[in-house]
Write a protein that binds this ligand. Structure first.
Ligand SMILES: NC(=O)C1=CN([C@@H]2O[C@H](COP(=O)(O)OP(=O)(O)OC[C@H]3O[C@@H](n4cnc5c(N)ncnc54)[C@H](OP(=O)(O)O)[C@@H]3O)[C@@H](O)[C@H]2O)C=CC1
Ligand SMILES: O=C(CO)COP(=O)(O)O
Length: 343
């Protein structure tokens, strides 16, 4: 099955996904707001700004005319940072038929409304939203290295349609009905990837990273459970999978940003070093504000420490020490089975 598809956003992820869809035989147009990026894709088949080392499929076309990109498309993939989504929807919303399938690929939570990307898209009147998320660094998708991802939607038909469009011999797509769980997994793990980078910047070890990832799953499960999503989803690609890849890979902008923070750089210096979007910064702020706004008692100690290091000038070493010396507890606190203690 192939389709006429528009991809909005020609950064790392939009370019990698548009290229994959074109490789799969779809008719794809990518929207870039930067005219030089448009020219480099159309004239030389590469994106000089984000992927200068990779040749793109020659059938992939670019434009900075939003209306032309969206004309008669069956599917629209949105690949801009969470903070840009509303602007894009304001610009594009009226040009899109309400029945069109919108594929949401950003990983974040809106700082003001505390909505996920798919929720914001639905607010604009689009009901056929599919969330595509998982452990998928754009660079490795461009390299055609075996990768797996999840297509999550309320409608099985839509999830499977998107699965069909993206699936290839190097890109395996699973479906999942737990849209919220998949989406929150992708957003929350960015904060943990920042924490992982901070630990690396402080020259902590592999034990530290393993502890961080495992305890992060625990705090993510509190959050996901509170929001009515399935904690089981966290054992999948958009939870465990994405935590592993972003907490360990040098492709991860969140982790690279965290490394700079751990080495003593300020938030602005670290962002300038990474240059591309670091979603974990805004997500940490959104969650911290949300936790504090109604004195919510959810235990999210790692996310809280990340916020304080980034926004309250807390010393990262002190943050780690405080995490280590928190009050003692049982590992599986929510499911303690006292009968196993033989008492
Ligand atoms: N990179 C990856 O490996 C993956 C990224 N993601 C997620 O995808 C989302 C996008 O990330 P990514 O592509 O990596 O980010 P990049 O920083 O690489 O690129 C962002 C892109 O969005 C464009 N953009 C920003 N604001 C607007 C706007 N208002 N209108 C149109 N275009 C806009 C930028 O344009 P310009 O160049 O003109 O600034 C740029 O093309 C993030 O949420 C990220 O977490 C998900 C999976 C993998
Ligand atoms: O989400 C990603 C890979 O799954 C990309 O992570 P970064 O935004 O940290 O680079």
């Amino acid at each position: 099955m192939t389709a006429k598809i528009a991809v909005i956003g020609a950064g790392s992820w939009g370019t990698a996904l548009a290229n994959l869809l074109a490789e799969n035989g779809n008719q794809v147009k990518i929207y870039a707001r930067d005219a030089e990026v448009v020219d480099s894709i159309n004239e030389e088949n590469y994106n000089f700004k984000y992927f200068s080392g990779y040749k793109l499929n020659k059938n992939l076309k670019a434009s900075n005319d939003l209306e032309a990109c969206l004309e008669n498309v069956e599917v629209i993939v949105i690949s801009v940072p969470t903070s840009a989504l509303k602007t894009v929807l304001n610009d594009a919303g009226a040009l899109i038929d309400q029945d069109t399938i919108i594929v949401s690929t950003a990983k974040g939570i809106d700082e003001k409304s505390f909505k996920t990307n798919s929720e914001m898209i639905k607010e604009f009147g689009f009901q056929n939203v599919v969330v595509l998320s998982g452990p998928t660094h754009a660079e490795e998708v461009m390299e055609k290295l075996p990768t797996a991802i999840v297509s999550a939607a309320e409608s099985k038909e839509n999830a499977e349609k998107v699965q069909d469009l993206f699936m290839s011999k190097y890109f395996r797509v699973y479906t999942n009905p737990d849209v919220k769980g998949v989406e929150l997994g992708g957003a929350l793990k960015n904060v943990i990837a920042v924490a992982s980078g901070i630990c690396d910047g402080l020259n902590y070890g592999d034990n530290t990273r393993a502890a961080l990832i495992t305890r992060a799953l625990n705090e993510m499960s509190h959050f996901i459970n509170y929001h009515g999503a399935k904690t089981m989803t966290l054992s999948g690609l958009s939870g465990m999978g994405d935590l592993v890849v972003t907490c360990t890979s040098m492709h991860s902008r969140n982790r690279r940003f965290g490394i700079e923070i751990g080495k003593g750089k300020t938030l602005v210096e670290a962002k300038n070093k990474v240059k591309q979007v670091v979603e974990g910064v805004k997500t940490a702020k959104a969650i911290y504000k949300w936790l504090n706004s109604k004195n919510r008692e959810l235990e999210m100690p790692i996310t809280k420490e990340v916020y304080q290091v980034l926004f309250e000038d807390k010393d990262p070493e002190q943050a780690v020490e405080e995490l280590m010396l928190r009050s003692k507890k049982h590992e599986m606190e929510s499911v303690v089975d006292n009968s196993l203690w033989n008492i």
